[in-house]
Write a protein that binds this ligand. Structure first.
Ligand code: SF4
Length: 699
């Protein structure tokens, strides 16, 4: 038995939601909408100005923005700024959720902040804060520090932080210059001046560097600047978030990096991003040894992604999967977990391809192709070129689109006159594309997943399943088709699907269904409660697309746990239902006036899920409403994260696109668990093949 169950321990460990702590600088809402999942950007007033200036500079200032050298015109420049702004916003939100933009001890009085910056040189924050407080008690007026007799007391206070001479000389020098320039230790004369003037003045103070000056501006003068210290540079270089603009930062002089980064981030993000990058650098992304395995930003990090890619390329002899109609990558995820390599994944849905790319850095980006499988297989040699010449394909998998076959679709709705029919829906002819792909790639095995209704699609010779089976047989495969409920493999969901398994040559003795149930069947499938355990409780319209939750004392990012809003009638109906009850029960309980649908067609339009059983089948039309998927205990539909859990996706699987796209991707996915079980079956088939060939990557 392989370990391919849902990690219920993980589910159990996800506990309460952590509220964000109050912080000195906050991630403010300026009306910007940097959509985490849509890739769509709308700027608020302050960011619009920043964007316009940056777009102009990208076209001319190639020293500061070497990443933008290839830009040919304003449209390109705008697209690049939008892409980077969105990614920076995602990063800022993720960091803010994880760390809550903590107080780093900075103070709001400008002169005290100046002194604090100097006190913190090579000194821990608590020590710096204690020294500042002691200094304030010893010298209620900063002007007193410049008196010669103050020096001894000053050094006494500064002793715990070390670097006595350097720090005391700098502090006295700064106070003396302020007195000389403004008649007192006071920075209020700078308040009305431009950022450039203030920065120029502060960096003219003895011993104050650019980053120190920017910290004073950020924390004490309320300016939206981006202080850059060693942590910021290390973390940003590794993440690569701003690289498309500012290029590679490694090996550059500190001042050059500071200049490049100064304007590369939208003003509203600068403060919180600075604070949280410092914290992330100190706690996780350490200079010499980044702790990537416990880093919540892994999937957003170029450094980690490159390492995954490298590790994958070092194992070329793995069995090879080609995944057609790959969707968000559920099936690929299962095969990858079983040790396969994905040589090509194709889907025509752009959001689904983005999802697959984001979650699987080990699959080279050029091997995830957004294209129409039908056209692809019609172009001579194209599929083979994409897979790689000479690459032997072990399994060709295809989750053929099922909407044309499914009886919950138009097949049962003859009143929809414009509906496609079984024969004129082009999706129902895609099995021919699959047969072309099999002929072109000659894989060792073929796996097709579809809804059981595919069996009854078409009569006699026109029956689609029969035609597919016949086509595979003619190509030299032994074919078996069977129905299987994924709950029997341990999925917390009743998911009946039809599978077609074809093995090259005649090996009819190997019964895939029997083997799967024997090797991976469970007596007791997981129930819905175990699947969604530990996720934060929500009311309707609560939650967030991105938040942090606590797992065993550690904060983790959680995506897609956002309950949709329901209208008051629906909420009332929900409250009338106990687990396992549907619309009819609601009507009996006096819900007649609340029902908006005819019960002839929609008796189970409302359904409260049962907690102690596998969930009902997760479907893609969950994106329309979730009334048929009411949470077992809470008056709301299940969230996309809960649906993903039921489908067996781990919590770090992120779905891109609108919420509608996310539900479609989740509902259409082949559960990774199912993929993994089938991958294990194909391993077995390969091992037991009569006269098996030695494995190798090339023919
Ligand atoms: S994944 Fe590693 S390198 Fe990337 S930010 Fe996290 S700790 Fe740093």
């Amino acid at each position: 038995m392989i370990a391919c169950r849902l990690p219920s321990t993980l589910a159990r460990a996800w506990t309460e939601q952590i509220p964000l702590e109050p912080a000195v600088v906050r991630l403010e809402d300026d009306g910007d909408e940097f959509h985490l999942f849509h890739g769509r950007v709308r700027y608020g007033a302050s960011s619009r100005k920043w964007r316009a200036t940056l777009v102009r500079r990208l076209l001319t200032d190639h020293d500061s923005f070497p990443g933008a050298r290839e830009i040919t015109g304003p449209a390109d420049a705008r697209a690049l700024v939008d892409e980077v702004a969105t990614n920076a916003s995602i990063l800022a939100r993720a960091l803010d959720a994880l760390y809550g933009t903590p107080d780093l001890g900075n103070v709001t009085d400008p002169v005290s902040e100046l002194v604090y910056i100097v006190l913190c040189w090579r000194t821990r924050i608590p020590t710096g804060r204690t020294m500042l407080d002691d200094l304030r008690s010893a010298f209620p007026r900063w002007e007193d520090l410049v008196r010669p007799e103050a020096r001894q007391r000053l050094e006494e206070v500064l002793r715990p932080g070390g670097f006595l001479t350097n720090k005391s000389t700098t502090i006295v020098g700064i106070i003396a210059k302020l007195i000389a320039d403004f008649g007192a230790a006071d920075l209020s004369p700078l308040r009305g001046r431009s950022d450039e003037d203030v920065l120029a003045y502060l960096t003219s103070l003895p011993g104050l560097d650019l980053k120190g000056a920017q910290c004073v501006m950020l924390y004490a003068l309320g300016r939206r600047v981006f202080p850059v210290d060693a942590h910021t540079i290390t973390v940003l270089s590794r993440l690569g978030t701003l690289a498309p603009l500012v290029g590679e930062l490694v090996g550059l002089e500190h001042r050059v990096v500071q200049r490049r980064l100064k304007d590369a981030v939208a003003p509203r993000l600068r403060g919180p991003l600075h604070v949280n990058l410092v914290v992330h650098g100190r706690e996780v992304c350490k200079a010499t040894r980044p702790e990537c395995e416990r880093c919540e930003l892994r999937k957003l990090c170029a450094f980690w992604r490159a390492r995954q890619q490298e590790a994958a390329s070092e194992q070329p002899s793995k069995p090879v999967l080609v995944d057609l109609f790959a969707g968000a990558g559920g099936l690929s995820t299962g095969f990858l977990a079983q040790g396969y390599r994905v040589a090509l994944a194709v889907d025509s849905d752009r959001s689904a391809c983005r999802t697959l790319k984001l979650n699987h850095p080990e699959v080279p980006a050029d091997k995830i192709v957004c294209a129409d499988v039908d056209s692809l297989t019609r172009k001579r040699g194209e599929l083979r070129r994409l897979v790689g010449r000479g690459v032997r394909v072990d399994v060709l998998a295809a989750g053929l689109p099922c909407q044309g076959f499914s009886k919950v679709g138009y097949r049962t709705k003859p009143h929809i006159l414009s509906r496609p029919t079984l024969t004129n829906d082009p999706r129902n002819r895609l099995f021919k594309a699959l047969l072309r792909a099999v002929a072109q790639l000659t894989p060792e095995a073929v796996l097709v997943e579809n809804v059981p209704d595919m069996r009854s699609a078409g009569e006699g010779k026109t029956n689609i399943l029969r035609r597919l089976e016949r086509g595979l047989t003619d190509l030299g495969y032994s074919v078996q088709s069977f129905g299987l409920n994924a709950a029997r493999l341990g999925l917390p969901q009743v998911r009946h699907r039809l599978f077609v398994v074809a093995l090259r040559g005649s090996r009819t003795a190997l019964d895939a269904r029997e083997w799967l149930l024997q090797q991976h069947g469970v007596d007791q499938p997981l129930d819905l409660t175990s699947a969604i355990e530990g996720l934060p409780h929500l009311k309707a319209d609560e939650g967030a697309m991105l938040q942090a939750v606590e797992l065993a004392g550690k904060k983790r990012l959680l995506f897609h746990h956002e309950a949709r809003a329901h209208n008051p009638l629906d909420l009332k109906l929900f409250s009338l239902l106990r687990p396992g009850e549907n619309s009819l029960v609601a009507l009996e309980r006096g819900g007649k006036t609340l029902m908006r649908y005819s019960t002839d067609n929609f008796h189970d339009k409302y359904f409260r899920l049962k907690p102690g059983e596998p969930c009902r089948t997760i479907v893609s039309h969950l994106h329309k409403d979730a009334n048929g998927f009411i949470h077992p205990y809470e008056d709301r539909g299940i969230t996309a994260r809960e649906a993903a859990r039921v489908q067996g996706f781990l919590d770090d699987y992120i779905f891109l696109g609108s919420r509608c796209d996310q539900f479609i991707q989740i509902g259409n996915a082949v559960p990774p668990l199912v993929g993994r079980c089938f991958a294990a079956f194909f391993d077995h088939a390969r091992r037991t093949r009569p006269g098996k060939r030695q494995r190798g990557n090339h023919r």
